[in-house]
Write a protein that binds this ligand. Sequence first.
Ligand code: MOS
Length: 728
Amino acid sequence: MKFDTPATENPIDQLKVVGKPTSRIEGPLKTSGTAPYAYERHDAVPNQAYGFIVGSAIAKGRIASIDLAEAKAAPGVLAIVTAASAGTLGKGDFNTARLLGGPEIQHYHQAIAIVVAESFEQARAAAGLVRVRYTRDKGNFDLASSLDGAIKPPAFFGTEPDSSFGDFDAAFASAPVKLDEHYTTPDHSHAMMEPHASIASWDGDKLTLWTSNQMIAWSVGDVAKTLGIPRENVRLVSPYIGGGFGGKLFVRADAILAALGAKAAGRPVKVALPRPLIANNTTHRPATIQRIRLGATPDGKLTSIGHESWSGDLKGGGPETAVGQTRLLYAAPHRMTAMRLAVLDLPEGNAMRAPGEAPGLMALEIAIDEMAEKLGMDPVAFRILNDTQVDPEKPERKFSQRQLNECLRIGADKFGWASRNPKPGLTRDGRWLVGTGVAAAFRNNLNEKSAARVRLDRAGRVIVETDMTDIGTGSYTIIAQTAAEMLGVPLDRVEVRLGDSLFPVSAGSGGQWGANSSTAGVYAACAKLRTAIAQKLGLDPAKAAFANGKVSAGGKSIALARAAADGEVVAEDMMEYGDLAQTFQQSTFGAHFVEAAVDAATGEIRLRRMLAVCAAGRILNPKAARSQVIGAMTMGAGAALMEELAVDKRFGFFVNHDLAGYEVPVHADIPSQDVIFLDEVDPTTSPMKAKGVGELGICGVAAAVANAVYHATGIRVRNYPVTLDKLI
Ligand code: MOS
């Protein structure tokens, strides 16, 4: 099915199942510990051996020699694979560094060997006996000192490095009120609960990987390319995923080395990345240095917006696209944005929840707060005044929906913004200085083609199969809701099977495109199934109504299951997109409000209240969407106050590579959180009229926290995380 004109009324609009707050259907399996995650698939294949990955102890240079004798002789060892014994490996499309390093080393903890043994303990012990001598080269690990050599990168996932509109330089130079500041965000780790893990099993030249991966089809392709085998010979199975946040968009070393280890040992091999390997072996959100220049008239109209961002990556890698939202968020006739990329020898950077917008808004939304203060304006009113309903750099393009001002107004009202003392540092509650902050949230909406197969069986059950993944977001549930709505059956008559490359190729989970795109694919397959069912029952497909387990048309009403009396009815289809997303700018919007308290003596920061108001198209499952936003607000609080991969600039690695040193918020850090979804239906996105919300939720949060800390203390921190030492 091709989607190229705005959606009209369709069965989804009945909203009998879709749009209702619905508990996650796989939730009981997860909360009872019975959902089998990749590493726990003891049942998948017999005779599993254990693999342990050895990571490079240098960041840049070469392996001079590896002595495997002791390790090979250790108890239980079945095989050891290094680059020297692995044969020629290719490289996937989505990784920058090779997933098995050697002799050349590209980053710290790059995998250089897998040791396979009968037990996990034996594999780990033997890995400690692998003797490696390195020749270490001097690397470049410091972003701040690398800006001069930074290059203009090619377009990254469709985002051009530069944009300009009007005459920024002249407009900024002559602006009556100006701001010119630098902001920094550190490297971040995804820190998902479930580490990267895989079980690999070969049957002749066919490979099956039970793994934890967000994008099944991308990863089948990259496994095949890396191992040099046809993609038809690769099967990936990933039905349950304990979080990804972008860290599992791509194949990583666990999958490739499990496959190599299994081949060498002649047995299935399971591998989980130990927590201390994750920060340096996998990807991270790259640090940024951002310069923002704003010019305004004294009455608060922005005349010029300039945003430059520098980030680093390995040679051949991409930039953190931190200026993307600045191209679309506020009106101003003169604009420029630019991204520059410094080549660093740190582990490779890549997408983490709302890549680009999340760190970009951490800077931009402080700058907006600072400008409002310079103008003597309320920061909510300043944002509302500079709203735009068209793409500011392509004024002929309208936003399909844009309710930023409504989010700000409703949030301000609900939060009690009006009672705020506009002057910072003056509100006290005993020993606490109390402040409130606001920030806008913005994240683009992307629609990706997505396919599904739907079957009606003799018992009247509906079975949906698609390689879509559920990374904890609720894909199972919204897909079941979609099929239930389309076929007029209760939710418990629908079975959803996900995360297997044997199923039709979906959009996968990434870039907050999963919810709208994958359900739209299921919609297309269900529409086809409705036609097939009606025809089998001798009813006019154009008139057939599906409700209460029955199909009705022309005065006749027949039980749905009758259509499958002589065998299952099956339909498969894909939703594909025309250029509607070019005609209309599709984005999601929100506003975050935060109350923070700062201990006047120690600078300790405690969050007190958080509120998010989101406008993100039709909300398919308000309960799961609320959970997504609350999780994202929590992650944003982490980015504001504690998260930071500390770089050892001498040896080129992230020092705090475990959850003791890489701090993320715990329950005690998080106060009351509230989420409001505006009533929005966007017919330009798909027949579902939905958008994404899981990444919108993190966008702007950290700036709202930083602005609240400023309002509490009068101290402006522009370098994240906002820790107490920066307030003293
Ligand atoms: Mo997302 S960072 O595209 O999983």
